[in-house]
Each structure stands twice: as C-alpha cells, then as structure tokens.
Design a protein around this ligand. Sequence first.
Ligand code: SF4
Length: 304
Amino acid sequence: MKECCRKKPIINLQAREVLCKKHFTKYFESKVFKTIRQFNLLDKKENLGVAISGGKDSLTLLSILSKLSKQNKKIKLTAIIIDEGIKGYRDETLKTAKQFCKKNKIPLKIFSFKEEFKMPLDKMLKVLDTKPCTVCGILRRYLLNKKAKELKFTKLATGHNLDDEAQSIVMNQFKNNISASVRLGPKTGIKANKNFVQRIKPLYLCTEKEVATYAYLNKILDKFTECPNITESYRARVRDMLNDFEKNNPGTKHATVNSFLDVLPDLKKRYKNGEVNHCKICNEPASKDKCNACRLVEKFKRVK
Ligand code: SF4
C-alpha cells in the first residue's frame, strides 16, 4: 500500500509505512488476494473447505474467502472445525466459530476426537506419555484429510500465516527433518494424489501482527483465546526465539520464509519420487505400513 491518508494511523508496517484503519484493511485484503493469484491457490471453480479453529487467523481467512465467494459464486465455501476436546479452550472457540458462521451464513461441519477416536484429547493425554501437540497434530491432520475427502472438498484452506510458516521451517531445520519441510509452502503436495486434499494457505505472506490487527479492526473476534497446551510445545519455544530475533533484527521472519520459497522447488523435485503407501488399518495415506494416527490409537489401546 503506497497511498494512505495517514489519518489516525493504527499500524506501523515493516517498510516503515503507517496506515489508517481503512487503508490497512484495503492493504491486507489486497495482499491476501495477491497471494492467491501469485501462487495459483484457487481454480475458477472450487468446493472449498476452510479449516477453522475459532481463532483470529482462521476466522480472518474465512471472512476474506467469504467475500470472495460472494463475488464469485463458483467458489463454494464450507467451514470445518475439529473439536479435539480441550476443556476451557476448544469449547470456547467452538462457540465463537458457530456464532461467526451463523452470522455470515457459512455452512459449518463439526467433527470430534470423541466421536472418531472414542475419547477427547484431555483424556488421551492422561494415559499417553506423549506431548499434547504431537497427539493433537497427528489426529487432527488425519481427521481433517479424511473428512475433507468425504465432503468432496477440492481444496482445504488453512489460516497459517507468515509467522507460523517461519516457525515450521526453523523447527524442521533444527530437527534435521527436511522431508517434512517439503510439505510446507503456500500450497501443499509434491505431486497430485487423490488421497490427499490439497491444502492452501492464503495468509501465507501476512504476519501475525497484520492478521491480529485486521481481526481486531474488523470486529472478527473480541477476545483471543490460546490453547493451554501451547506452553509445553517445541513450537512455542521457536516462536519466542523468532519473536526475539525479529525484535532485534527486523525482517528475520520474512527472510526465513523468502529464502525457503527460493529452495522449495528444488526440494520438491528431490522428493517427488517418494512412495505414498496406504495404512493397512484405515487405508489413509501413510509413509509406512500404518499411518501415524492408527499407530497412536494402537498405542493408546495398549496403555489404557
Ligand atoms: Fe492442539 Fe497443541 Fe494446538 Fe493445543 S496448541 S490445539 S494441543 S496442536
């Protein structure tokens, strides 16, 4: 955004520009639409699922995609939320998500760990000696892909922003897990596979600060709720480290993501011949004979 009236500036962007509410909103929405075009995230016709959590990122994404869908009737939207069963957090965000979808007339599909795995996350964690985010991440990814296929979504949009991506890149580097990084980027997938519903990240180039500002100014959320398990996660430590770096060396997060985007095409080429197996229990995609979700469920049954 080059032009702004600078009346009541509300945000100071990285390039030392200050923007007022009206011009920031315009800047932010243009940035999201430009990301969609730049990375070819949407086709002319889509049955698009939007994975939401009831938090600022996913509801901001849903709000902008809903504007797009109103302008283009060939983009059909459905929101999908997974209720992992995290007391004091998910019950709250679920309420927010339901209200938002009702107000904006967006169909919402809700699926839960309790229904699918016969137990909410809180109870699983009492018997499994595994980090909450590891269990939650594996089972949520599994359920989202399974339900997205059942609902015949052509793509699944998620609210990941630039900060999230920078954290994932650094986490995979620190863990020497480059084969996981190949699944990052604004559009997932190394090659077309009918067992995976492709994920897209329209907020890919928007910083956390920009998303939070947009959500606040446009009254998308009135309060921010954070999962109590986040403090135990490796991601939270990387997030704090990157925030500290960004504070002292502005531009660190953009540099992390931009340099990753530079090498991503080479990484995809390198891993494109990898085999995708199918889990012998549930038939979902797996890198070994069983998928990570079925392995977890088996472990859970053994120790229960
Ligand atoms: Fe799940 Fe961890 Fe996210 Fe909480 S912070 S919702 S446990 S992945």
